[in-house]
Design a protein around this ligand. Structure first.
Ligand code: GDP
Length: 626
């Protein structure tokens, strides 16, 4: 289902024309709304000759109502632009046209109304020529101009046909699986409760769906859906939709809020945009100026941070970082309008380039401006890569969200970027990282490990925790990067220790001689070997630690070391003894190896701790599971 919206100077005949086209008087609907009687407020609908039903949003043309018009006009498929032949182009004709142009309303039909009042053909030709000139270089440059009279009915059939022709040429609304309903009206109906209306975009809504109202983050559920007074189970993107919500009271919702599925949009107060200042904006737009920002049905005060220019001259465009007072839920490519608060006037508009910039940009940051240019004009691949780069790491779902592309397009691009090695998938495809960011990260980790090895040449490697806190990465990113680097054999892990694969411990001849002598002592008295303290005195603390780290000695407690083969021999002996005798005591172990109480206690407590034995009174038995 498609939606058209009216625009044009006040009193040029918009409401009368809609009544003529649809049999529905939008003014009457407005009165009904005030009396809370009707669900489809201010909206009429029309069946085209081809059977399609379309929605019509009638937006008032009075100057005070331009902001009303902005709330309704977003998301329409085509404009029905009304100009009275009796009066021709008027100030609001120009302002509305500028708005349609800034919003890049994709198509339109011009109704040249009140032709019954035109005195002669000459006047008519004059008005039409002037109108064509006004429309030139705007979105309506190619729009058909249909002369009509709502009074005599002349031209009405031609107008309906022109609307149908224009709409059939329009591609259907993309369904990116992330429905968004910018709310333009809220009200209650007895027996129903809270109802909100808007033009649905980006996906379907179904009865029963959980929903969130943004930016407040209020949760509720869809109780019912209506399009054009018909109850529906599913509302399609592009249709005028009324949603009956349970769990949310009407005074919690305002016009300008957005209804979405939970966790699908992330509202932000900062937006990077590309903005054109209208040629007749009056004066240049200065840095930090306060403006009224219109996006979807929302109207929010904000300040403009001009990027790359000292000021924005009328007729020119620039990148701007908009700092809003309230958060909005935006997508890349969304169109916006800015107005001067007083005296009120539309001064410009454009499109969202980055809906979630990670930081406040320096004004003349050329790198960022380059990135924004890429986001503005790039191919899907370039845009996705850029979005991934500025996010550092990002999930596939989030990248698709930020890009604003249709699911399929985005997925194909991501696939291609992965294939080209420009994106790297971590955590079994859950997390994406741009290759250049990844390689910077990788070099940093390699450098950190190399520095550690250099400082502690006798250690097998660096405690994982220490590296993690040094890199200051989020735990899941750190883990994913390390896993990837281990798979690539750039680094190796031994328990809680990480090392560069290429790192080898090498002892000086002097150290090696001391090690040999110490290990000789261990061989002389395998079951009552030298203590930790004594070992340290012989080889030094660093060398002893490296012997432990590299597994040349096994440390059971603070003061007990064994050679690994001795440790294994004793462990097997304990297990064997329990198997044949049912249990082992401290004394039995001590006597078996002719060792002392200290070593026997250390071994048994260690075996308890690693879950091989379990103590009951003075006996050890095997733990059931071992
Ligand atoms: P809107 O403000 O653009 O919605 O304009 P309206 O639909 O309220 O029309 C303004 C006035 O123009 C009303 O008095 C209408 O009766 C009159 N009007 C509208 N269309 C025509 C038309 O085709 N011919 C004539 N003669 N009058 C018209």
């Amino acid at each position: 289902m498609q939606v058209i919206g009216t625009a044009g100077h006040v009193d040029h005949g918009k409401s009368t024309l809609i009544t003529r086209l649809t049999g529905i008087n939008p003014d009457r609907l407005k009165q009904e709304r005030d009396r809370e009687m009707s669900i489809e407020l201010g909206f009429a609908w029309l069946q085209l000759p081809n059977g399609e039903e379309i929605g019509i949003v009638d937006v008032p043309g009075h100057r005070d109502f331009i902001e009303n018009m902005l709330a309704g006009i977003g998301g329409i498929d085509a404009a029905l632009f009304v100009v009275a032949a009796s009066e021709g182009v008027m100030p609001q004709t120009i302002e509305h046209l500028a708005i349609l142009d800034l919003l890049q309303i994709p198509a339109g039909v011009v109704a040249l109304t009140k032709i019954d009042l035109v005195p002669d053909l000459e006047w008519f030709d004059l008005v039409k020529t002037e109108l064509r000139e006004t429309l030139a270089d705007t979105v309506l440059a190619e729009a058909p101009i249909i002369p009509v009279s709502a009074r005599t009915n002349e031209g009405i059939d031609d107008l309906i046909q022109a609307i149908q022709d224009t709409l059939t040429k329009r591609p259907h609304r993309p369904d990116i699986g992330r429905p968004r309903l910018p709310i333009d009206r809220t009200f209650t109906l007895p027996g129903f409760g809270t109802i909100v209306t808007g033009t649905l975009s980006n996906g379907q809504l179904s009865v029963g769906d959980p929903i969130t109202i943004l930016p407040q983050g209020i949760n509720g559920r869809i109780r019912g859906l209506q399009t054009h007074k018909q109850s529906e189970e599913i509302a399609q993107p592009g249709s005028r939709t009324a949603v009956n919500i349970s769990g949310v009271s009407v005074d919690q919702i305002n016009r300008g809020n957005v209804l979405v599925h939970p966790d699908t949009y992330h509202p932000t107060k900062m937006l990077d945009v590309h903005c054109k200042l209208l040629p007749d904006a009056g004066s240049p737009l200065k840095h930090n100026t306060e403006v009224k920002f219109f996006l979807g049905s929302a109207e929010i005060m904000g300040r403009v941070r001009l990027l790359g220019v000292e000021e924005l001259v009328p007729g020119e465009s620039a990148f701007i970082q908009v700092m809003l007072q309230e958060p909005v839920a935006a997508l890349r490519g969304d169109r916006f309008i800015i107005r001067r608060p007083s005296p009120p006037a539309t001064i410009g508009g454009g499109q969202i380039v980055d809906p979630n910039p990670s930081r406040r940009h320096k004004r003349f940051n050329q790198q960022r401006i380059g990135e924004l240019e890429q986001l503005l004009g790039g191919t899907p691949d370039e845009i996705l890569l850029q979005a991934a780069q500025s996010a550092f790491t990002i999930s596939v779902a989030n990248l698709i969200e930020v890009s604003g592309f249709e699911h399929q397009t985005a997925k194909e691009s991501i696939h291609q970027l992965l294939g080209q090695g420009k994106l790297i998938a971590l955590k079994g495809n859950q997390l994406l990282i741009a290759a250049d960011i990844f390689s910077a990260l990788e070099s940093r980790i390699v450098a950190d490990l190399a520095a550690y090895h250099e400082k502690h040449p006798l250690y097998i490697g660096m405690p994982r925790e220490q590296l993690k806190s040094q890199t200051n990465l989020e735990i899941n990113v750190f883990d994913a990067v390390i896993k990837y680097m281990i798979e690539k054999d750039i680094i190796q892990s031994a328990g809680p220790i990480l090392k560069l694969t290429r790192h080898r411990i090498s002892y000086t001849p002097n150290q090696q001689a001391k090690i040999d002598s110490l290990l000789g002592k261990f061989d002389e008295q395998p079951y009552t070997p030298p203590s930790v303290k004594m070992s340290e005195e012989r080889v030094g603390e660093d060398v002893l630690n490296s012997l432990i780290q590299t597994g040349q000695l096994v440390k059971l407690r603070e003061d007990v070391l064994f050679k690994p083969e001795v440790y294994h021999e004793m462990k097997e002996a304990v297990i064997e003894h329990i198997r044949s005798h049912g249990s082992i005591t401290l004394a039995e172990l001590r006597d078996h190896f002719n060792t002392s109480r200290k070593y026997a206690v250390a071994l048994l407590e260690h075996l308890d701790a690693i879950g091989i034995t379990v103590r009951s009174d003075d006996k050890r038995k095997l733990r059931k599971s071992s």
